[in-house]
Every structure is written in C-alpha cells, then in structure tokens.
Design a protein around this ligand. Structure first.
Ligand code: SAM
Length: 221
C-alpha cells in the first residue's frame, strides 16, 4: 500500500492508545483484555481498517483484532474505531509471520485475509499470506472449528491460494469468482471498493481446516 509517511503518526497513535495493548504484555495477559467467553475475529493486513471497524460496529457482542504491519495505516484504522467509540476492537502493528509470539493458540474463531499483497514474482511467493509457510505461522491462533475467509481481486493470487489451501487439506466453501453477484452479505474494504469500481470481479472462499490440515502443519512444525 503506497502511503505518504505521516509525520504526526506517533502523536495520533498515542491519542488512540486505548485501542491497542502493549506487546510486552502479550501473550501472558491476553485474556485480561479479551474475554475467552466471547467470539473473537482477527483480520491480518487490515490496511486503513474500514472492513474490521465496520464489522466490529455491526457486532458489539463479538471481539475483534486488527493486525497491520504498516504503522501509518494502523493509526488511520485506530482513528476510525475511536471516532465510533467502539469498545470491542484492538489494533496491533505486527507482521503475520510472528503472531504466535504475541497471541495464544486457538484464540480466534475467524481469520480474515482481505486483498492481501499478491507478491506476483515467484521468488517472493513465500511472502504471500496464503503461502503454506505463512499459513503455518498464523493457523495455530485459529480454533479447531474456526475458519479463514479470503477475498481478493487478484485472480492469479486467488488460484495460487485455492491450490495452496487444498494442498493443506482445507475444505473450501462459498468459493466464488464474482462475490458481488452472489448477493452474499459483504463489507467492502478500501481496496475492494477501488477495484470493483473499475469493474474487476472479486474472488472469495471460506476455508475450514480439517484433521489433515492439522496433521500436515504439525509435521512441518
Ligand atoms: C493490499 S493492502 C489491503 C488492505 C485492506 N485489507 C483492504 O482490503 O483495503 C494489504 C495490506 O496488508 C498488509 N500486510 C501485508 N503483508 C503483511 C504481513 N505479513 N503482516 C501484516 N500485514 C501485512 C499491508 O501492509 C497492507 O496494508
């Protein structure tokens, strides 16, 4: 995501400090901030946050975590939540590859990957959030009966991700190459709005890990 560096981002972040948790406190104090009784949903690569903030606003009974590695984007997302005075969402400036260090195993009911960076050159394939190496890094956070929802405008990335998730034994449901024509409930992300306005169809699947998935990933660990 191209974004002009914001000089005042640290001060803006400080004004939204209630919307994060110091990483030094994690994972030990995770359940001081999140209830184990309530559903918890996590977006990785949340960008400017419209999707996850809207989802949190629409579902006050659930808890939400947004992970984004670009600080300036994260700050903009935090400000959206603060503007709506939401109490059920927290934001973390972290890389997907290191999430196990900060979040407990099996804490999330749903993981969302929306318009993940495609890394089109094959030498960078391992950086794709749907590459098996990345999936192995964040899957331990998902509850055994949880699901991963993935959508993208990028057809080559989508085809790669379908193959990768199938190879990992996931059961894919609601697979579509034109999400907006299905009439399924949908919250548009910033990227989604931009690409669909240009007439690009949106691909989506929902992936459920199976026994085979957990066996394969345990063998790789
Ligand atoms: C193409 S943007 C999409 C943003 C947003 N999800 C949307 O649909 O509007 C991808 C976002 O994922 C973030 N991202 C990419 N790789 C990441 C990683 N390994 N860990 C955390 N965030 C990542 C990028 O910084 C960027 O903000």
């Amino acid at each position: 995501m191209r974004l002009r560096k914001k000089k005042n981002a640290p001060a803006r972040f400080a004004r939204c400090a209630d919307y994060t948790v110091k990483t030094e406190e994690l994972p030990e104090n995770f359940y001081r901030y999140f209830s184990p009784e309530k559903p918890l949903e996590l977006e990785i690569g949340s960008g400017k946050g419209r999707f996850i903030v809207t989802l949190a606003e629409q579902n006050p009974e659930k808890q939400f975590i947004a992970v984004e590695r670009v600080f300036d984007c994260l700050v903009m997302a935090m400000e959206k939540a603060k503007g709506k005075e939401l109490e059920n969402i927290r934001f973390f400036c972290l890389d997907a590859g290191g999430l196990q260090e900060f979040f407990p195993r099996e804490c999330a009911d749903v993981i969302y990957l929306n318009f993940s960076d495609p890394w089109p050159k094959s030498r960078y394939a391992k950086r794709r959030l749907t590459h098996r190496r990345m999936v192995a890094a964040y899957l331990p956070l998902l509850k055994k009966e949880g699901k991963i929802c993935f959508k993208t405008d990028n057809r080559p990335l989508f085809d790669f991700s379908v193959a990768e998730f199938r190879a990992l034994g996931f059961r894919l449901e609601e697979l579509t190459y034109d999400l907006h024509s299905t009439g399924a409930p949908n919250i548009m992300t910033e990227y989604e709005e931009r690409f669909s306005a240009m007439g690009v169809p949106i691909n989506r699947f929902v992936a459920y890990p199976t026994e085979q998935t957990w066996r394969l990933l345990a063998a790789k660990a």
